[in-house]
Structures are given as structure tokens and as C-alpha cells.
Write a protein that binds this ligand. Sequence first.
Ligand code: GLN
Length: 485
Amino acid sequence: HQRDQSTAAHRQQDLNALIHHGSRWTTEGSVVKDDPTPPSGGALSGKTIAIKDNITTRDLPTTAASKTLAGYTSPFDATVVKLLRHHGAIIAAKANLDAFGMGSHTQHSHSGAALSPYSRNGVPLSPGGSSGGSAVAVAMGQCWAALGTDTGGSVRLPAAYAGVVGFKPSYGVLSRWGVVQYANSLDTVGILGRSVEGVKQVFGCLDGHDGRDPSSLSRSVKERFGRPRRVLKELRIGVPVEYNIAELSPAVRSTYLRTLGLLQDHGHSLHAVSLPTTRQALSAYYVLAPAEASSNLAKYDGIRYGYRTDGPDASPKNSLPLYARTRGEGFGEEVKRRILLGAYTLSSEAIDNYFIQAQKVRRLVQRDFDGVFAQPNPLLESDDLGTGAGDKGREGVDVLLTPTAPTLPPTVEEVKRQSSVESYMNDVFTVPASLAGLPAISVPVGLSGRETEGMEETDVQSVGMQLVGQFGDDELVLQAAELLE
Ligand code: GLN
């Protein structure tokens, strides 16, 4: 038994899911036990929760997995962390990520890459990213649940790859105060857990207006959210035709079809819908997110906080100014690529062809979604409410079901051989909901016997299925997700 535990400890350490541990990290064979003496009798009393390391905690460092913030500890807790503590949770540890949330495999981390517990031919699989550390920590039982951030899929993709549940609420529902910015107009705090029920419990504790976050939704907007009006026994489920791409791997396609069939057997109805702008969504995202990032990351100049290079400012010996050397040394390759890309697409010569076009695509993506959901978008003025499919006399759908990613996770060696653009491809199904700010969840659906034929026992045995709802339909998405478990 002891040997088992030390092997488990060894494995968890190797996976590098958690990068800073708290003093209340009570371990037994390195598996965190729920604290026997919870700080208060709240809804999350004694539950251990890992926090992605781009969310501030006053008692643990917050580095965003970048050398730029190495050794930094914030003087305050992010609002979401404060709320977790308030409800009795134990902030157990900080979870690994791609620096600043930029990546899909948690391989671009100053603290070293994170690995999935699954492997193929002896090579570990990608844990997904950028919240790969949060997903692996949940999968390995190192914490009860974890917070991540999702800008273009960073909670849903790792959840799918590690076989756990990952929920990205509607934009503005959870506070971003204390969350290290990547792309403000897309950044969302998300929740990872072993079950939808656990995720729901955490969500219930975090949902609320925060005056410190200007993008936090006010109560008056929330009052316009769809009332729980649908009969969960007869959901109208949209199947977007554009997601049936040739790149879908056989295991993903067959799990998707089987899941749709099961839902139909349970009395829900399936409806083919079209989201034509889906094809442009990924390109638009990889213009918009880096543009916002290049502007956000300008503040890491080595003067106010964080990493600063040695030596004096520009001098005959040091031809570059201090801030330029600091940034050159502090940021990793992927972050520099995004900053350069963003600076270019915002430049006067390129802005019309890139940034402005991408903004237009974003609008079209939002319009596509509004055109298929029965529920009108509560963010539109009441005059415009007619854009909901339901109001056009057609019956729209309640939720959309798609795979979370087109394939099973690649191995980390395959990831190393991928070009940046190939690795951006993993986000093709998650990015549209991010551009529109919609609630979306990835739920692991186990492979059937036939689907696992020829697969190794060490390989991942589930496929992430994604449900997307109209803006503000977070509760409905969570309820529908329970049907997939
Ligand atoms: N993989 C995407 C990116 O690198 C999404 C990241 C995220 O959601 N934080 O931008």
C-alpha cells in the first residue's frame, strides 16, 4: 500500500500540475485530503481547490508561469479566490499553465511543462492547455476542484484531454478582478471538477456582481437572462453542420454520434443548424487575442514589479534600454510571438486588413449564434430582441452539442513537432463560444468498447463533448451537461 502511495506521489510530481503549494496542503501519499477543520461552515467547507497561477492569491505566488512574474506574490486575493475562502474552501495550491494563458498544451511554462496522466507508446499525452495543471490536478485527485481561465478554450480543452468536466460561464458572470489579463474582452474564469455537480457547487459560490471588475455584469442585465422556461425532458439540441469536419478523428466522431443518439433516445430532439462564420472564427480569434495581449502585456517593463534584468539602462555597453532587455529575457517564445503578432495587426498599415476584419467576423459569429438559439440574446436592446430564432417564427434550439476538440489528445512529442498554427487548430471548436461570450462546458463521455479497440490501457478513455448555450443560459448548460454523465 505504501509503495502504491509513493508511486502515486512520484507520478503526480512528474506531471508537474501544481507549481506552488500552500502550508495547509495536507497530504497523505501526496493525495490532498479534505481539511478536517474547515475554516468556516460554508458550502465548500474543507474542499481543496487549486487555482490556476494567473489568478492572484495573497499567500501563494502568482507567476502566470512566466519568468516575468517569477517570485511575485500579490498583496490581494482575486475576487473569485476571496469568495472560495468565504465559502470555506481551502486554497490548496497554484496550478501550472501556458505562460499568461497562451497555448493549448501547457508546454510553454517557465515552471516546466505539465503532463497528462495518460500516455501512448510510453509517451505522455498533452494535458491540453492553457489550464492543463488545473485539469491534471483534478484528474489525479490532487484537489477536489480547480479554477482555470478560458479565453479561447483553455478550460474546456484541458478538461477534454484529461477526462474531467470544464465549464466556461458567460463572459462577465464571474469576476476577473485579480486575474492576470491575456485578452480582456475574452478572458473568463472557469471551473474544473470531477462531476458537473461539483462544478455547479463552485459556480454557485462565485456567481455575483463585482464592482471592482468593470466587465462584471450588473444585476439589471442579469434580470434579462432567460428564465428557466424549458422542459429539461424535451431539450431542443442543435447540431451545427459546420462542425462535421474531415479532421474529426474516428473515435471523436463515433462518440459524438453515439451521444447524440442517446440524447434522442431520452426524448430530446436533434436539429441541424448552420453557423456559417465558424470557419473564420479561429483566424479572427488569433488576430484579436494577440492584439489585446500585446497591449495588456506592455505593463511588464521591469520597473514596477516582476523580473528586471541586471545592469544599468542603455549605455555604450548595453545598447538596448532596460525595459527592452527585461522583456526580451522575461517573456517566453510563445508570448513574444503573440506580442509581435498583436503589435503588427494593430499597426496602421495592417489594422484594416486584420484587426478590423476580425472584429467584423466576431460580430458575425455572435449573429450566427443568435440566429439559432430559441432564447433571444439578453445583451441586445429590447428593440433588437427579434434576432432570436424563436422570434422569427422558427423554433430555435436550447443548446448546441459539438465535440470539444477534433481529435483525442496528441502526445507531447507530436506537440513539439507541430507548428504554432497546427497547435492553434486544437481550439477550432472552442473559440466560437469565446468570441460570442457564451456559456460552454466540456463533459467527458467514455469511449465504448468498440471505440477503444486497438488502444492502449494507458490512453485516455473518454472524449470531451461540448455544450454551448445562449448568453446567460449558464444554468441550462449545466443542467444539460448532467444528461451526458
Ligand atoms: N489556446 C488558446 C490560446 O493560446 C486559448 C488560450 C486560453 O483560452 N487562455 O490563445
